[in-house]
Ligand binder design. Structure first.
Ligand code: B12
Ligand code: SF4
Length: 468
């Protein structure tokens, strides 16, 4: 079969604005690679409803798939609605986090033929094989469809048993006009259960790893294609010390000259300085870490399970060995701590510590999270305009302030944190550029946002709104 997979052209503001240019979602590349390995001619493109026809004409697909997270679902919905009216006989499927949790609404709103709930590599291929045999209603858990008002195959979210079987992604899967930059995923899932994060619900609380052999051979393949900077998409790369030690040692044994970035947690950085030093020697140049709040009660309420006492130690460990650090901060917790006073206290904590970069989000109730369940049951979700679920808008009613106050606090927090760094920003930027931890456009965008919001008085969320 001929398969066309669409990564929605994102117009989301917020963090996305800092990543100028569209990216093909890596998850879709895995689905594409699985379809290719099963013998289907597969292409991935980036599109919205205005240009999807171009790719349909070019690739003449027998099935069209789209991906989405919550903020990009409206773009995928428009694509599907457009495709269904222009090509009524073309089967369609949607996957990704939002579709997984909101499949009933997604089917109702888009008329999509199938929703993939969970990991797509195996179940999508099973669907293709069933369609080839003329059966459009396969009994495959995770491939949901609706018939006569009844949903089929929606009892379980599809999860792969063995991550070593995930297929290899490659350039030829991507339409030629789009760039391809391979990312590494050594594990999927996370053993923690933070209340604002949908990972544990999506992966059913499971944490699975690929073998060091498998990931390392993929890394060598990417290097042979000319890449030397990599981002691990693992939700938390530092879960398994033995795995990571083995992996880093292989990089050193092979004398690979690469830079890589990953996501980690503060406690392991503070408690395992030798592991972090080994990571640095093997090319780790940036770690992103969820700190979320400077208030212990909020950390507890978010179920984050970190000790704020570890922060200073972790910073010292990373500074000593030259790993740039990027910290995530969340404004809001959905409970009584959502007041200007508590937010200010949290911000003061962030300003006081010598943190590297800080990325700030407003608490967003993504479907599948505990926060979503809680705020929905309390009737405090203000609306379901999903495009605003981009972490720069406050879409819930905080208990101790207005949503507008929360949004304007975001602007103030960014300005205050970055101004508090003063001249330290210059060596930080130089080091990040040298190691590829940041690209010049990230830095230029950051400076532009600061100037527009501080000097020209523009609302920071508008200053951050994406420009292409
Ligand atoms: C890396 C990452 C990014 C990168 C993406 C880079 C890239 N080229 O892919 C960047 C930094 C750009 C990014 C941006 C954003 N991200 Co992000 N990101 C991640 C992260 C950590 C890993 C993504 C990944 O590769 N996962 C591994 C792949 C294999 O999984 P997958 O994407 O889910 O795909 C599988 C299935 O969902 C399914 N599937 C997906 N699509 C389809 C389509 C079809 C047809 C089929 C059959 C199957 C299928 O099969 C895939 C293979 O198994 C995830 C967390 C996570 N673990 O997923 C957050 C995550 C996806 N991001 C999130 C968010 C909120 C965002 C932003 C909105 C933040 C912002 N305000 O800017 C933007 C939106 C960007 C966009 N355009 O979609 C949330 C989404 C929550 C939600 N419900 O919306 C997540 C889950 C993080 C979290 N814990 O909350 N992100
Ligand atoms: S926020 Fe990070 S540590 Fe918490 S559950 Fe999600 S992936 Fe795991």
């Amino acid at each position: 079969m001929k398969v066309l997979l669409i990564s929605p052209k994102a117009h989301t503001g917020g963090l996305e604005a800092l990543r100028k240019g569209h990216q093909i979602l890596q998850g879709l590349l895995y689905v594409a690679a699985a379809a290719r390995d099963a013998g289907h001619k597969t292409t991935v493109a980036i599109a919205d409803s205005t240009d999807v026809d171009r790719y349909i004409r070019r690739y003449q697909p027998d099935i069209l798939g789209v991906s989405c997270v919550t903020a990009t679902y409206p773009i995928s919905r428009e694509i599907l609605n457009h495709v269904h009216s222009a090509n009524p006989s073309l089967p369609t499927i949607i996957g990704g986090h939002h579709a997984t949790f909101m499949y009933k609404e997604v089917i109702r709103e888009t008329g999509v033929h199938y929703v993939c709930r969970g990991e797509g590599e195996e179940v999508f291929v099973q669907l293709l094989s069933s369609l080839e045999k003329g059966n459009p209603e396969p009994a495959v858990e995770g491939i949901v469809f609706q018939k006569d008002g009844v949903f089929f195959n929606d009892n379980e979210i599809a999860i792969l048993d063995d991550l070593n079987k995930i297929p290899r992604i490659s350039r030829d899967l991507v339409a030629p006009e789009f760039s391809f930059s391979p990312k590494l995923v050594s594990s999927r899932g996370c053993p923690f259960q933070c209340s604002f994060c949908s990972i544990s619900a999506f992966y059913g609380g499971k944490y699975r790893q690929r073998s060091v052999d498998d990931v390392f051979s993929e890394l060598l393949e990417f290097i042979s294609w000319g890449y030397d900077q990599f981002w691990f998409h693992d939700d938390n790369l530092t879960v398994d010390k033995a795995w990571l030690t083995d992996f880093c040692n292989r990089i050193l044994e092979h004398k690979l000259k690469i830079h890589w970035n990953a996501m980690s947690r503060v406690s392991i950085i503070a408690k395992e300085p030798e592991l972090i030093a080994l990571m640095a020697r093997s090319g780790c140049s940036l770690l992103s870490i969820g700190l979320e709040s400077g208030i212990p009660e909020v950390i507890e309420s978010l179920n984050k399970k970190i000790d704020l006492g570890d922060i200073a130690k972790a910073i010292k460990v990373m500074d000593r060995i030259g790993i740039t650090h990027n910290w995530y901060m969340i404004l809001g917790s959905g409970d009584k701590y959502d007041t200007p006073g508590y937010l200010k206290q949290s911000l003061d904590f962030f300003c006081k510590h010598r943190l590297g970069y800080v990325v700030i989000s407003i608490l967003t109730p993504f479907p599948g999270t505990k926060v979503f369940e809680q705020l929905q049951s309390e009737g405090r979700i203000l609306h379901y305009n999903w495009e605003d679920y981009d972490v720069t808008h406050c879409v819930y009613q905080p208990l101790g302030m207005s949503p507008k106050e929360m949004e304007s606090f975001l602007s103030k927090a960014y300005i205050k944190i970055y101004l508090s760094k003063g001249w330290r920003l210059i060596p930080l930027a130089i080091r990040s550029l040298k190691t590829g931890a940041m690209k010049p456009n990230h830095i230029i965008n950051g400076i532009r946002i600061m100037i527009e919001s501080k000097l020209l008085g523009k609302d920071i969320t508008k200053a951050m709104a994406k420009r292409h």
